[in-house]
Design a protein around this ligand. Structure first.
Ligand code: CO
Length: 136
């Protein structure tokens, strides 16, 4: 079951500069940064009531965010729905014809399990489904 809008992710070409903007200019507090090896992505999370802003940046200059930034100067990258049972949600959506970027969920930030629905299945929007580490 989908339970919340977990975060909105913005792809940024200059990680430190973007973190500074959200901290100093917008006054949000940085929860922390984390390199997600499985996604070749550096992440920074700014919790806001009911959701988070996630900055995503290429880890060591490679991976999916690097490819995204080759074509654009940065931008709104994906929406993330929180799930309390990712396997069940993926199975249900596959049954309805949704295509996913990978066959199985993979590790995300904060020890979560994540999978992405292909944008062609959602009117051009990349949607992540995320089961937090503490969900059962
Ligand atoms: Co995300």
């Amino acid at each position: 079951m989908i339970t919340a809008l977990d975060h909105i992710a913005i792809a940024v070409p200059d990680f430190e500069k973007a973190i500074k903007r959200f901290r100093q200019d917008f006054g949000l507090s940085l929860e922390g940064t984390e390199d997600v090896e499985a996604a070749k992505t550096s992440t920074a999370f700014f919790p806001l009531p009911a959701t988070n802003i996630e900055l995503v940046h290429p880890l060591r200059g490679e991976g999916p965010i690097a490819k995204y930034l080759e074509k654009r100067p940065g931008g709104l990258h994906h929406l993330c729905f929180r799930s309390d049972n990712i396997e069940a949600d993926v199975a249900r959506l596959r049954e309805k014809g949704y295509q996913f970027l990978t066959d199985e969920p993979s590790p995300g930030a904060h020890g979560s399990q994540v999978i992405f629905i292909h944008p062609r299945s959602c009117d051009g929007v990349l949607i992540e489904i995320n089961q937090p580490a503490d969900a059962h």
